[in-house]
Design a protein around this ligand. Structure first.
Ligand code: MRU
Length: 353
């Protein structure tokens, strides 16, 4: 990282062989870099959403494998790889819907499996995790460049959750398209949905856009439909946690925006890297993460629901592809019919690591 610049969301600390990350649960009140030196610490940080957002989870998973590797005292290669494999499985279980986490873990483990010694496997693990992090920045900037072409010269864009710099190494996916449109001289205003119950929209999206001087306005999630009806939204752009053959998984509430945008004939776009595609699966094959009742039942120390009432807290929903007007990737903009676009994307991925 160039001196004087802000830290990336998540980086490998070469000197101390550990992970440094911005704790996203503290924002917007505190902007603090934390250290994570064990796989158990990393698993806890991911479960608590201190590290979150699909591409950032991909980097975290990759660095988690590197962490397990450098901390291991095992000298036999086979037993060493087994130990690192168990660490990978533990990390995969922390967030089952966001496919980038498993993707990052598998990619580093595949490279390690080709090595001839423990020492070589350790250095390959660190190198591959760093490569994934560096590629993420290039990917977001490329994706942003393709995405900005979808923006009119002057527009108001609605986004949900946080698919920004904090959800990646930097720049962002959905917010990357917004940043690229602004960098191209377009006049873009952003409407950020608060994203109940954990408020990634108000806490993170508003924080990072306001800091960049972007014109951003916060709304409750429930205002989106009315603003669309009043003609106040020109397009919607969101990120993704997993894209299957038939649906886009993203933060709970995304489907609601897609249906409403479709009703009002407002373009609904998804921005996601190729690593978020899971084209061997369909919507029905994917486990949607359910989170603790406390996230809905409390606001800080204040109880919001009686103890004996059931709470259902899905972290994500799935939007059928029929509601998605385009998917912006680092390879280009995919348009319906997606069967053909996905075939080309799959071919392109075969030629990459
Ligand atoms: C570029 S990140 C895209 C998604 O990961 C984002 O929109 C999202 O749903 C994140 O959910 P979270 O539960 O905060 O990890």
């Amino acid at each position: 990282m160039p001196e004087g610049e802000e830290p990336y969301t998540i980086v490998w600390d070469t000197e101390n062989e550990c992970i440094l990350y911005i704790d996203q649960t503290l924002l917007p009140g505190r902007y603090e870099q934390m250290r994570c030196a064990t796989v158990d610490d990393l698993a806890r940080a991911i479960r608590r959403l201190e590290i979150r957002g699909a591409p950032a989870l991909g980097i975290a998973g990759a660095m988690g494998v590197a962490l397990a590797a450098v901390r291991s005292r095992e000298t036999d290669l086979e037993r060493f790889l087994d130990e690192v494999g168990r660490a990978g499985d533990l990390l995969k279980g922390t967030r089952p819907t966001a496919v980038n986490l498993a993707w990052g873990i598998d990619r580093v483990q595949r490279k390690m499996a080709l090595t001839a010694s423990v020492a070589e496997a350790k250095s390959i693990a660190v190198a591959e995790a760093n490569a994934i992090a560096e590629e993420d920045e290039l990917t977001c900037r490329r994706l942003g460049g393709f995405g900005e072409e979808l923006f009119p010269e002057k527009c108001t864009v609605l986004t949900h959750c946080n698919a920004g710099a904090l959800a990646c190494r930097c720049w962002g996916t959905a917010l990357g398209t917004i940043r690229s449109a602004i960098a191209a001289g377009k006049d873009v205003r952003v409407i950020a949905c608060e994203t109940r119950p954990l408020n990634q929209g108000s806490r993170l999206t508003c924080w990072e856009l306001a800091r960049d001087g972007v014109d951003v306005t916060l709304i409750p999630d429930s205002s989106a439909a009315y603003l669309m009806r009043k003609g106040k939204i020109d397009l919607v752009v969101v990120g993704a946690d997993r894209i299957t053959q038939d649906a886009v998984f993203n933060k709970i509430g995304t489907y609601m925006h897609a249906v409403t945008a479709h009703h009002h004939r407002i373009p609904f776009y998804v921005a996601a890297p190729a690593s978020t595609f899971d084209l061997s699966r369909r919507e029905a094959d994917v486990t949607v993460e359910e989170r603790d009742r406390s996230e809905l039942a409390y606001c800080g120390d204040v109880q919001l629901v009686p103890d004996d009432v059931n709470v259902l807290n899905y972290a994500f929903d799935a939007t059928p592809l029929g509601l998605v007007d385009a998917i912006v990737t680092e390879i280009g903009v995919l348009r319906p019919p997606y069967t053909e676009s996905f075939r080309l994307l799959g071919k392109n991925r075969e030629n990459r690591p």
